[in-house]
Design a protein around this ligand. Structure first.
Ligand code: AMP
Length: 398
């Protein structure tokens, strides 16, 4: 088999990250990675690094919109400096009620995702836009959607079903779960010794936690949208539905247009809540730790809410798994915030989860449990691009 260059695209609200990999038999090697960041701000950045981390491009272009940003990416990838991709994998946060499998991107698939954009309103419109552009700017190159919901296709009927009338279930309202590519990458890295009973906490800008049995997802904290489950940087996580109704009624007093009122509610729930909403300081854990050092009680309360909520989810998934062999922390906070890991595990000793303070004093891959811990506790950075590349190769084979 000749080598197969694959482009991985990961688009967010203000950035497009990309990487080119070369696959040859079982080998995967990164050729380059880069990003356009600060789209629609005065702070546009565009950089590309080679596999060794040397900067090949480092610019501050005008990025008035996504179209300009994505053209920069496409022109660079096709400039001849890198092997021309033979396939493209799109990290796709959300599918739809009928799109639960990773698959070839066609105009019909994009229309389907677009139709259900309200199910993941912060993510799907961006994904759909980039998919349409990619079909135009990379003609003749197959594009594949690799879904963050795919890993959660194995959750039980009970976990999937929301306690609401059938009428809404029939519209596709159910637990989908997110961060699936990260979870898959943890399982991939644990091979061949995948613990039977595993909990993975993906704690980044978004935060979720999954109960995994024999490598398959049993249950996960995020629900219909990534706003469910654990409190995160700017999202409420699970909350009394009465609170949402109360806030909507307040908004409706000055916003008679129902759609606009719903959009404002969404902003409250997904952008103005969570760590930033509670602390009034920042959505970044580094800033919050600094504020706590300065004695900021709002920051303390927000972080305590975050860590105690995660501990409660670990407890409930422990019960669901009927025991636990391994707890894994991943994501920007899971990998780097030593204090969060300490605080989350502080009240979990009764479950046999004990971390060693010296081993925990680490950023990046490590085993941090104490010798007498019944549960192995690890920090494992995700390797999401690799999973996307592997899915693309499998789908090309299909
Ligand atoms: P992610 O979404 O996985 O990229 O995680 C991003 C988040 O990780 C940031 O918003 C921070 O809250 C957190 N983070 C990143 N680096 C650190 C660090 N050194 N210490 C504490 N938190 C960090």
């Amino acid at each position: 088999m000749s080598s197969l260059p694959i482009l991985v695209l990961n688009s967010g609200s203000s950035s497009i990250k990309f990487a080119v990999y070369e696959a040859y038999d079982g080998q995967r090697s990164k050729i380059c990675e880069g990003a356009v960041d600060g789209i629609a701000t005065d702070n546009g950045k565009f950089w590309i690094k080679d596999a060794a981390g040397n900067k090949l491009t480092d610019e501050t272009p005008d990025l008035p919109n996504r179209s300009v940003a994505f053209q920069l990416v496409a022109h660079s990838v096709l400039s001849g400096k890198f092997p021309k991709p033979k396939a493209i994998g799109h990290r796709t946060v959300s599918g739809s009620p009928t799109v639960l499998e990773n698959q070839l991107i066609t105009p019909e698939l994009i229309d389907n995702l677009d139709k259900y954009a309200d199910l993941a309103p912060l993510h799907t419109p961006i994904a759909v836009y980039i998919m349409r552009e990619a079909l135009k700017l990379f003609p003749g190159i197959p594009n594949f959607a690799v879904l963050d919901t795919y890993f959660h296709r194995t959750i039980s009927e009970g976990a999937r079903r929301m306690p609401i009338p059938d009428e809404y279930v029939d519209m596709g309202v159910r637990r989908y779960g997110y961060h699936g590519i990260s979870y898959e990458s943890i399982i991939h890295q644990l091979q061949p010794n995948i613990p039977q009973k595993l909990i993975v906490a993906h704690l980044g800008n978004g935060a979720s936690i999954s109960a995994i049995r024999n490598g398959q997802c049993l249950d996960t904290s995020m629900g219909l949208t990534p706003s469910g489950g654990i409190i995160s940087a700017s999202r409420t996580g699970d909350i009394d539905p009465g609170v949402v109704i109360f806030i909507l009624k307040q908004i409706a007093k000055s916003e008679p247009d129902t759609r606009k009122a719903a959009d404002k509610l969404e902003t409250v729930v997904s952008k103005n809540s969570g760590l930033v909403g509670m602390s009034g300081v920042s959505n970044d854990m580094r800033d919050l730790r600094e504020a706590i050092k300065q004695g900021n009680e709002h920051a303390r309360l927000a972080v305590d809410k975050f860590t105690s909520t995660i501990a409660r989810w670990v407890g409930s998934f422990y019960a669901e798994l009927n025991g636990l062999d391994m707890l894994v922390f991943t994501g920007g906070i899971g990998e780097n915030d030593i204090a969060s890991r300490t605080e989350i595990c502080a009240n979990l000793e009764a479950l046999g989860i004990v971390i060693d303070p010296t081993r925990n004093n680490v950023r990046g891959q490590a085993t941090i449990s104490a010798d007498d811990s019944r549960v192995t506790v690890c920090v494992i950075p995700p390797a999401e691009d690799l999973i996307i590349v592997n899915h693309v190769i499998r789908l090309l084979g299909d």
